[in-house]
Design a protein around this ligand. Structure first.
Ligand SMILES: [Zn+2]
Length: 265
C-alpha cells in the first residue's frame, strides 16, 4: 500500500513533536544537577582525616579548613606539608607555589577545594548538630548488624534518655512514627534533596505533621531506645540517604557540624 505524501509529512511532523515533548519532559524532570565528581570525592574522604583536619583547625587557625583538607586528601604527606607550610605563613591558596607538581595534580587539588567550598555539607552554619547536649559517637558506618543480615547505615550518637533531638537542616517532614527497626522515627526531606533519618526516639514532638515545613534546629523529639535499640543504651541513629537512594556515612559531617556548633560562627 502506498502512503500519500501529505500523510507521510504529517506523520514525520507528528513524530518530531512527540520527540520534542519528550526532551522537554526530560529537561523539566531531571534531578538537580550535581557534577558527577562531587559524591565520589566526598565519600572517598576518610572520616579520620576529616576529624584530624577539624582538630588541627583549633591549633593552627590561620589555615582555612577546606584548604587543609583538599591538600591533605589529595597529595602525599611530604608534598602536602610543603604547601601547608606556605599557608601557615599566610600565603593565600590562590598564590601557592606548587613547585614541580604536575598541572593535572594541581587541578585536582583545586577542584577538591572547590567541592569543599561549594558543597553545603561543609559550609559553616548550613547544618545544625542534631543532639542538644553532651554526646559521644564514633564511626560505625558499615558495621555488621543482625549477624550479617544488614549493615549499619548511619551513625549512633549516645546521650541521656530525653536529650532533645533537632533537625539538622530545613526541609519537610516525610516520615513520622513507628517502624520495626527504627522504633519511633522521623524522616526529613532536606532542602538539599537528601533524606535524613532520625531513629530510636523516646518521644516524637507532637507539633510534627507529615508534609509540614521544618527549619534547622527545630525540635524533632527526645533521645530514647525504641525499635531494635530496645536493649541498647539510649542513642540517636542518624542516617543520610542521597536522592539516588544511596546511604552515605554521616560521621565526617557530624564531626564538622559539632565543631562549628561549638565555635558558634
Ligand atoms: Zn544505628
Amino acid at each position: 500500500m502506498k502512503i500519500p505524501a501529505r500523510l507521510q509529512r504529517g506523520l514525520a511532523q507528528f513524530s518530531i513533536l512527540i520527540l520534542l515533548a519528550f526532551v522537554a519532559w526530560l529537561v523539566l524532570h531531571r534531578s538537580p544537577s550535581i557534577p558527577s565528581d562531587v559524591y565520589p570525592y566526598l565519600s572517598s574522604l576518610s572520616p579520620a582525616l576529616v576529624e584530624q583536619c577539624t582538630l588541627e583547625d583549633r591549633t593552627s587557625p590561620t589555615i582555612l579548613w577546606m584548604d587543609r583538607l583538599a591538600i591533605k586528601s589529595t597529595l602525599p604527606e611530604i608534598e602536602a606539608q610543603r604547601l601547608l607550610d606556605q599557608l601557615n605563613v599566610q600565603v593565600p591558596f590562590a598564590a601557592l607555589n606548587w613547585g614541580v607538581l604536575p598541572t593535572k595534580t594541581i587541578g585536582t587539588v583545586q577542584r577538591h577545594r572547590e567541592i569543599l567550598e561549594q558543597y553545603p555539607y561543609y559550609q559553616p552554619n548550613r547544618y545544625t548538630f542534631p543532639v542538644m547536649g553532651t554526646t559521644w559517637f564514633e564511626d560505625s558506618f558499615g558495621a555488621d548488624r543482625e549477624r550479617g543480615k544488614r549493615r549499619h547505615e548511619g551513625t549512633d550518637l549516645f546521650s541521656k534518655e530525653g536529650t532533645p533531638i533537632v533537625s539538622i537542616c530545613g526541609g519537610k517532614v516525610e516520615q513520622l512514627g513507628w517502624n520495626r527497626l527504627g522504633g519511633e522515627r522521623v524522616g526529613i526531606r532536606g532542602d538539599d534533596g537528601n533524606y535524613y533519618y532520625y531513629a530510636h526516639l523516646q518521644y516524637i514532638s507532637t507539633l510534627l505533621v507529615k508534609g509540614k515545613r521544618i527549619e534547622a534546629g527545630e525540635p524533632l523529639g527526645s533521645m530514647g531506645h525504641t525499635g531494635v535499640a530496645l536493649t541498647t543504651p539510649d542513642h540517636l541513629h542518624f542516617g543520610i540517604e542521597l536522592a539516588n537512594g544511596q546511604w552515605i556515612n554521616p560521621y565526617p559531617f557530624l564531626v564538622v557540624w559539632q565543631y562549628w556548633g561549638e565555635k558558634r560562627y
